[in-house]
Design a protein around this ligand. Sequence first.
Ligand code: NIG
Ligand code: FE
Length: 422
Amino acid sequence: MSILIKNIKQLVQVHDYNVMIVKGEDMKTLPVLENAYLYIEHDTIIEYGEMEYCEGIEAETIIDATGRIVLPAWCDSHTHIVYAGNRTSEFVDRINGLSYEDIANRGGGILNSAKLLQETSEDDLYEQSINRLEELIRMGTCAFEIKTGYGLTVEAELKMLQVIKRIKQESLAKITPTLLAAHAIPAEYKDKKDEYIKLITDELIPEASKLNISHYIDVFCEKGYFDLEDTEAILKAAAEHNMRPKIHVNQFNILGGVAIGAKYDALSVDHLEELNNDDIEALKNSETMPVALPGCSYFLSIPYTPARKIIDAGLPLAIATDYNPGSAPSGNMNFIVSAACVKLKMTPEEAINAATINGAYAMGISSMYGSITRGKKANLIITKPLSDYSEIPYAFAHDPVEQVIINGQLKDIKNPEENFRI
Ligand code: NIG
Ligand code: FE
């Protein structure tokens, strides 16, 4: 199977040499080829260049992309797509004055979603989750990290892992699973948190490792959830099973989770709505990607991650949706790229770098995803006619995506019958 895309107005994020991460000042640069072609065989990017060098290239499918932008599909490195039902009633409670914390304190929030998920069958959970995922592929995302964390019992966390495994096997999207059993303290462990942590370190981590499903561990390091000591105990146990941290830190309070993440060689530290100079220092000389989640800040009306402080310190930054039923019930990366520009004061170049190559890095897949590079996987967005790639964040809440190529397959995203399964 071969595809040739011709007359591309702008081919965005083109790298002749494989770049795994973009940091600091370099994030301002987004390499673009004007009036270009792109040639794909099977699932792989084979060749690209300016149109004048396209002569003689044949392909089974030829796409005329006149007036359109082609860029790597979005890489969403932080999602909780596998959940049951929704939390619209808590949304209304918040509109009426309750805070996210008030709702959690009365036993709602994550515990509410956990109760619902425990009562939902594996098949039902799979259907709900894959439908969400397919809606997002239509919006241009082709690689997703997916966390557990709404199970909160050994049985229900393993059910979540099985659902994620099934999505990984059956979807054309690239899936990176993460074990987030330490998402909240279950009601039955309210006064014996240490026992729940022991359940995670002594049962769930070894079990997940035996199943060889998840190579990443997450902890919600936050006041009222898991403190620094808890976080370190979980990261230590996970390290013994070669599970690398991708952790929730600094959403509401600075506890020192960023430094703990760097100490345990976290692949990413996510949220960072609160951030101090010690956190910045801890991230320098680390291999850890800071990840901003502007959809969560928008939905909860909490501060936005200080992206300028991070990037201007020479650090890299990724952006992701945090798609979940409580704090960010949208997985639309086009909106996230726009919010990064409008609210985090990132330039369009920085935001697109953060949502492609750096998002791929935050899932450990940037050697194969996140840029237009020969040999990388063909996961691409072909936009509607646009003046320039800056129009993607500029026209906020519009849908810039006309076609998606996922794993080398051209998909008719406007056809409701289309699916994205292997
Ligand atoms: O990333 N902060 C912790 N976890 C999610 C929210 C989960 C929920 O409210 O259901 C987040 O914001
Ligand atoms: Fe999250």
